[in-house]
Design a protein around this ligand. Structure first.
Ligand code: C2E
Ligand code: MG
Ligand code: MG
Length: 710
């Protein structure tokens, strides 16, 4: 029996036929596969075991960057860049073969020099029993991984973003929560589990947010995004301020598919912002609005409506003797005073009126909604101004001591037609007028003041030229003992103005101090006084008269003051002991600096007197420290001491104090014999005043001394 199959198998001819038909089929298959590969969006190639490229599809040629002719049947393409790509492919293909791994990633450089991440999928195509001339064929396919990589990167970034400090909530197109991150839980107090599947909308349901949900919804549908500030309630009931940003993620056709809700807790930022605005618009000492805030408010009021009706009044308030508390008690006490002034002002006006601190000791009260009638409105503002003056004039109990302080007020009434800068300037002008007419008073701006101010500035220019034009002149007022002997004289400055006549120092010394002209003028006075002393040296009755010269605080403070003074005195060749400088209590604040300066001048032989004593706040300890020779009782006490027991006490105390400190004491402003008798009785033996003589021009003073002496 024969087995047909075996018979057939043993038939070589038959076998040869099978082989031929198999090869044919395989070749056909190969053609089909290759045709298929040509259509596929991945690269494919096959290489024989000797490394020759057997087949390659279009996509592979494109990515590798070579032509089919240059690679097919070759071991590498002719193109240089493509050869590098091919080398990489071969290298990885060998790795794949060896390690049995099927996939590997590598970067190819495409024709535009762009890096293309490629996934190489290797397939070793083994066809048993068939061996080509070049041996076995390995077939490889590779894919462009650019998009896959980008998607992976995005996923990675999203994962990191999800871990961020910003609360993130993803909701579906119905607003139902799908996922929230940890930060969202930290901010709201709700965990992801608690929120999942629930509506995200109640987050905006707080009443304070008003119709926000509707606004958000309309923004999302029109722009796909809404962001803004919201008020939120945490799980524990606490309300916080959040910054919310909602964006919709849309499907190509079907509108929103998801919502991404980002939430940031800005409660702390808000607090910082509030603090910044507090610092920018409020005075940190009194907590009152500052100048900037006042200007804003004023310009708002003025631009409110274009009507010309009177609208309000601005009261510019300046404390009269603030400097002296600062100088004598220190800045801490000054601060306490300012706080108290702010409090009194606030209590003196309505809640709708504004009280601002606009400078060191300058305050502004802005009265709004006054009556339209100008006369009545002026009356209303005056009533408030007087009330303020009365409140501010009451004694201040600060840090254990009592302090008296008054204020000067300038009032400017304004309408909508006015400019902000004008209103303030006018009130300021009126305030200066109030100061000039005597302190603790108020003054209402009227246009004539503008002229007065410009006259003042003209005066300043004229004063600047007064020394060159020889218009300044020294007058001398005798200082006598009980018997009327002239022991010394005070130099008092006069200005012989070409058109206004003789002007007293009260009308220009402040101007000189404010403008800085006091420095050259002060030096001129000293030089001139030295000249007179020198000239009078030849006269027996004059040569022992000491000359007292006033020194302003502004002069004394100058760094070069000591050197200049010494230089002028030495240069003049006079005996420095003939000079006595009159200082005021306002110089006592920087006691160490004052002492050092005084001591240097004292070394030369010049003496010092403390002028207007009793009006300032010098402490006993500061008096002890300074090289003083004399205290000069202020004329205000002298003129009232016989009628006012309080002043009498002050005078007696000053005399007693001067004696116990070993200081000489002189009284100024003496007009009557009874004043002299009273002072003498209580131990003051030097006097200056109209009782003896007013201040006289140099030649008249000379004649006066001669007459007295004989
Ligand atoms: P002071 O130093 O307190 O001068 C005394 C003032 O009282 C002088 O006014 C004088 O004329 C005035 N007086 C003198 N006796 C009487 C009197 O019996 N009754 C009244 N009612 N007044 C009397 P004056 O000359 O107008 O000077 C005013 C102030 O100007 C001075 O006050 C002084 O502080 C300042 N001053 C004057 N000359 C100079 C100067 O050369 N340099 C500086 N820095 N200040 C000066
Ligand atoms: Mg004086
Ligand atoms: Mg005086």
């Amino acid at each position: 029996m024969t087995i047909p199959a075996i018979d057939k198998a043993l038939d070589f001819e038959y076998c040869g036929d099978i082989q031929a038909s198999f090869d044919q089929k395989m070749a056909g298959l190969e053609v089909q596969i290759n045709a298929l590969y040509e259509l596929m969006p991945f690269g494919a190639y096959s290489i024989a075991s000797d490394g020759t490229c057997v087949s390659i599809n279009n996509q592979a040629l494109l990515w590798i960057g070579c032509s089919r002719e240059s690679i097919l049947g070759n071991k590498r393409p002719a193109e240089k860049a493509a050869a590098a790509n091919w080398r990489k492919l071969m290298h990885h293909a060998n790795q794949l073969r060896r390690g049995g791994l099927e996939e590997i990633e590598l970067d190819l450089i495409d024709a535009n020099d762009q890096v293309r991440p490629i996934g190489l999928h290797a397939k070793h195509l083994e066809v048993p029993g068939i061996s080509t001339e070049t041996g076995e064929i390995d077939r490889f396919v590779f894919f462009d991984l650019t998009e896959v990589k980008r998607a992976k990167e995005l996923q990675r970034i999203s994962a990191i973003a999800f871990k961020s400090q910003m609360g993130i909530c993803i909701a579906d197109n119905h607003g139902l929560v799908l996922e929230t991150n940890k930060a969202f839980g930290r901010i709201t107090g709700y965990s992801s589990e608690e929120l999942r599947g629930k509506s995200a909308a109640p987050m905006l349901s707080l009443e304070e947010n008003g119709p926000l949900a509707a606004v958000i919804w309309s923004a999302l549908t029109s722009k796909g995004l809404w962001e803004g500030e919201i008020r939120e309630r945490r799980k524990n009931g606490q309300i916080f301020t959040g910054w919310l940003s909602i964006s919709s993620i849309s499907d190509k056709d079907d509108g929103a598919s998801h919502f991404v809700i980002c939430l940031y807790d800005i409660t702390a930022n808000k607090a910082t912002q509030d603090e910044i605005s507090q610092l920018a618009y409020f005075d940190s000492l009194t907590q009152l609005p500052n100048r900037r805030k006042l200007n804003r408010r004023l310009s708002e009021i003025l631009s409110d409506s274009p009507s010309d009706d009177l609208h309000g009044a601005l009261l510019f308030i300046d404390l009269d003797n603030f400097k002296s508390i600062n100088d004598t008690r220190g800045h801490a006490s000054g601060d306490l005073l300012l706080i108290e002034v702010g409090r009194r002002l606030r209590n003196a006006v309505r809640g709708s009126d504004i009280v601002a601190r606009v400078g060191g000791d300058e305050f502004v009260v802005l009265l709004s909604a006054l009556v339209a009638d100008p006369v009545e409105a002026t009356h209303q503002a005056t009533v408030v101004g007087k009330e303020i003056l009365a409140r501010l004039a009451k004694p201040y109990k600060l840090d254990g001591f009592i302090f008296n302080c008054s204020a000067s007020i300038g009032i400017s009434l304004f309408s909508h037609a006015d400019l902000e800068a004008d209103v303030l300037q006018q009130a300021d002008m009126a305030m200066y007028q109030a100061k000039r007419t005597g302190r603790n008073s108020l003054c209402i701006f009227d246009p004539a003041m503008k002229e007065a101010v410009s006259a003042y500035s003209n005066l300043e220019q004229e004063l600047a030229q007064a020394t060159q034009r020889n218009e300044l002149e020294l007058f001398f007022q005798p200082q006598c003992d009980f018997d009327g002997r002239i022991v010394s004289a005070e130099v008092l400055l006069r200005w012989r103005h070409p058109t206004r006549g003789l002007i007293g120092p009260k009308d220009f010394i402040t101007l000189a101090e404010e403008s800085g002209l006091i420095l050259p003028i002060g030096l001129w006075v000293l030089r001139e006084a030295c000249k007179h002393i020198k000239a009078w040296d030849a006269d027996a009755s004059m040569k022992n008269i000491q000359i007292a010269i006033n020194v302003s605080a502004g002069q004394f403070k100058q760094p070069g003051f000591v050197d200049e003074v010494i230089h002028v005195i030495v240069e003049s060749g006079i005996n420095p002991a003939r000079i006595k400088f009159e200082l005021t209590e306002s110089m006592m604040h920087s006691i160490d600096e004052t002492r050092v300066k005084m001591e240097k001048i004292r070394e030369l032989g010049v003496r010092f007197s403390l002028d207007d004593f009793g009006t300032g706040y010098s402490s006993l300890s500061s008096l002890i420290q300074l090289p003083l020779e004399q205290l000069k009782i202020d004329q205000s006490f002298v003129s009232n001491m016989l009628s006012r027991p309080g002043d009498q006490i002050v005078v007696k105390t000053i005399i007693g104090m001067a004696h116990s400190l070993g200081l000489e004491v002189i009284a100024e402003g003496l007009e009557t014999e009874s004043q002299k008798d009273f002072l003498h009785l209580h131990g003051c033996s030097l006097y200056q005043g109209y009782l003896f003589s007013p201040a006289l021009p140099a030649d008249e003073f000379f004649a006066f001394v001669q007459m007295r002496d004989h």
